[in-house]
Design a binder for this molecule. Structure first.
Ligand SMILES: Nc1nc2c(ncn2[C@@H]2O[C@H](COP(=O)(O)OP(=O)(O)OP(=O)(O)O)[C@@H](O)[C@H]2O)c(=O)[nH]1
Length: 426
């Protein structure tokens, strides 16, 4: 598919991580390769594009530098991104295209936009093209997604409770950082000059657990080999989407005893519900050593719907995760049993598929203590026999999904959903 079409590299990374520096470096090192670049900036003036133009011989006059200003290519400028990439491809003068995203962009929707032209059956490209009136891309393909991580700011960003504004959408700093790490082919650990070896090794170990598939390269001032991020043929949508460490851990759980720099993971499973107030309290002060937690849970009193938990650094969000199959009408249950052959094995006579599966990834986690902590939030035998609706419940109420929308929390990466903060008031 890819040989005759132009390869596209997408650079993501937090504000100030070193995307523009990396871009300038590869432009200077591109040799005989003709590169076109597309720079996205949130402001009306594209500062990054000016920086690229200043420090390279690339220019917007010759149309090898395209600026997309005043919006984000992972949201409202998705159509403009496609059109710009299409224009550059049509010009036929370039060997590769490099896209620099804004610091608040999520890589998944950007990749989704760029791959819509290919056969992604579950993404329903037809609907997308009908809705937007945009023609599918044919002359180029997404080749490599790169995330630039600032080694110097990594821990601070993970622990920060800063909330960024992406054109009206609030994004938690730690959440965004984790999402950028979880969806990429190559991770550039930049600003290595500002961090000591032990810290670098620890960050690398964390990145490896969060994103086992990506190649991790250390860089200083974005000095990376062009061949490591351009025309690598590393990108594969389905692989990228299923490659996050938490997802792999949920699919093939194992207690990671062999810890590197104290980074471990484990899956917590329970077949009785959480007490809404005790679990909310636990989430209010979730242990700092947990870097990432994801999965679905059963909350007492919410017997129709599963709830998804997303923890990334200091950000804790919950979102609807679909109906429990046990809450569906009999004929829809039958359809679910046929679609998911493993479901029957896990079925409980009384509670059906209701239950909790959460993966926890962190540094220096005391697994035993965390399990006890989580178990303490489950209903006791006495509470199991009580009226669950009488428990205080400050979790958000989600609109009931259509029947038939059963939970598939283990397989779906809801990276683009908003979710709701759980720092709810008493
Ligand atoms: N010490 C050090 N500074 C670096 C390194 N890489 C980039 N910088 C500096 O960090 C600052 C931000 O770098 P940029 O390349 O503009 O970062 P960016 O990701 O494009 O930032 P935004 O466009 O704001 O999202 C600049 O002052 C760079 O000179 C590095 O490896 N080491």
């Amino acid at each position: 598919m890819s040989e005759e079409t132009t390869p596209v590299t997408v650079l993501s990374g937090m504000l100030g991580a070193g995307k523009t520096t990396t871009l300038n470096h590869i432009l200077a090192q591109s040799g005989d390769r003709e590169l076109a670049v597309l720079v996205n900036d949130m402001g009306k003036v594209n500062v990054d594009a000016d920086l690229v133009a200043e420090s390279s011989d690339i220019s917007d006059e010759e149309e090898e530098l395209v600026e997309l200003d005043d919006g984000c290519i992972c949201c409202e400028l998705r159509g403009d991104l496609l059109e710009a990439v299409d224009r550059l491809t049509e010009a036929g003068e370039f060997d590769a295209i490099v896209v620099e995203s804004t610091g608040v962009a999520e890589p998944l929707p950007v990749a989704q936009t760029l791959t819509m032209g290919f056969d992604q059956s579950d993404l329903d490209p037809t609907e997308f093209y009908e809705e937007t009136g945009i023609e599918p891309l044919s002359g180029c393909h997404l080749d490599t997604t790169v995330t630039v991580v600032d080694a110097h700011q990594f821990h601070e960003a993970m622990q920060s409770d800063e909330v960024l504004d992406d054109d009206g959408t609030e994004k938690h700093l730690g959440d965004l950082l984790v999402e950028q790490v979880e969806f990429c082919d190559v991770l550039l650990l930049n600003k290595c000059d500002l961090v000591d070896e032990a810290t670098l090794e620890e960050i690398e170990a964390t990145l490896e657990v969060l994103q086992p598939r990506a190649e991790i390269l250390r860089t200083t001032h974005g000095r990376v080999d062009v061949d490591d991020i351009v025309e690598t043929e590393r990108f594969d949508f389905e692989e990228a989407r299923a490659s996050a460490g938490w997802m792999q851990e949920l699919q093939q759980p194992h207690e990671s005893a062999e810890e590197e720099h104290g980074v471990t993971s484990f899956v917590f499973e329970a077949d009785r519900p959480f007490h809404p107030e005790r679990f909310a309290e636990l989430l209010d002060s979730f242990p700092d050593e947990v870097v990432r937690s994801k999965g679905h849970f059963w909350l007492a009193g919410r017997e129709d719907n599963a709830i998804m938990l997303h923890v990334a650094g200091q950000s804790v969000r919950v979102a609807p995760a679909g109906r429990w199959v046990a809450s569906l009408p009999a004929e829809e249950q039958e359809a679910q049993f046929e679609a998911h052959p493993g479901l029957e094995d896990e079925w409980d006579d009384q509670w059906g598929d209701r239950g909790t599966r959460l993966v926890l990834i962190g540094v220096e986690m005391d697994h035993e203590a965390l399990r006890t902590y989580l178990e303490h939030s489950l209903l006791t035998d006495e509470e199991m026999a009580a009226d669950w609706d009488a428990f205080e419940d400050r979790f958000p109420t989600f609109e009931a999904p259509e029947t038939g929308e059963a939970t598939d929390a283990d397989e779906s990466d809801e990276t683009t959903d908003g979710g709701e903060e759980i720092g709810i008031a008493d």
